[in-house]
Design a protein around this ligand. Structure first.
Ligand code: SF4
Length: 237
């Protein structure tokens, strides 16, 4: 059921953002770096896609080539909790400029299975290495809130850099066809680099942002999966 909720959230967010003015085009990949964070739930969607497409060896080679990616210091919900409690926080420097290993000829090879961190990325102007994405404030607040909901959905499981969560998940027998192309040491080290997804502590909106973002969040919370509202499922009811 968590998979169904995640895919519903992807669809609702995509519908909500479809009328935004963006400069993003196929083949534009400046924002495809090694900095994407994901939950285990999103990682499993990618791993199943790799198995379906018989891309195990290619995928393992790509994972092995990436070694300099950053490990975030805290998850988005940990950061939000610290802010809401007015604690000093150091979110960590997450700024590798290296390209995502799944990018080939400026095309994402796992596009249908890409995680929310990739789906949410837009820019109002064409990006270059010197001119990063221009993301409207209200859009960034909405995307962060949705990322928090997705982390809540995946709570108690892995959360972290995509390039750590993916090999860490290869410990699961379902993905042994991928794991056999990776070393045990790599999988163990990846597990140690992951963090744990946390429950939603609340959102970090200003009042003005809340007015803009609330309709999107209400659409997500009121959507139904197998006759139950997503908000009720997320609350464990
Ligand atoms: S997974 Fe695909 S969309 Fe996401 S950063 Fe990598 S290449 Fe880009």
């Amino acid at each position: 059921m968590k998979d169904q909720i995640l895919k519903k959230i992807y669809t609702i967010f995509s519908d909500w953002s479809s009328n935004k003015k963006v400069a993003c085009r196929k083949g534009c990949a400046v924002c495809c770096t090694e900095n994407v964070t994901i939950t285990a739930l999103e990682g499993e969607i990618i791993l199943r896609f790799i198995l379906e497409m018989n891309m195990e060896q290619w995928f393992a080679e790509k994972l092995q080539k990436s070694s300099g990616h950053q490990r975030p210091k805290m998850s988005t919900n940990d950061f939000a909790r610290a802010c809401l409690q007015e604690r000093e926080v150091d979110f960590g420097k997450v700024s590798s400029q290296a390209s995502c290993p799944f990018l080939e000829d400026d095309i994402c090879r796992i596009y249908p299975a890409r995680p929310f961190g990739c789906r949410m990325m837009i820019s109002e102007t064409t990006c270059t290495a010197d001119n990063p994405a221009l993301v409207p404030d209200h859009y960034f607040s909405a995307a962060t809130a949705v990322a928090q909901i997705i982390e809540h959905l995946g709570q108690k499981e892995y959360w972290g850099n995509m390039l750590d969560v993916l090999p860490a998940l290869c410990d699961i027998s379902e993905y042994k066809a991928i794991a056999r192309h990776l070393s045990t040491t790599m999988i163990m080290q990846a597990r140690m680099r992951t963090l744990t997804a946390k429950p939603l502590p609340g959102f970090l909106f200003t009042e003005e942002e809340e007015r803009t973002v609330s309709p999107l969040l209400q659409t997500i919370f009121n959507a139904e999966i197998e006759g139950k509202r997503i908000e009720d499922i997320l609350n464990g009811n």
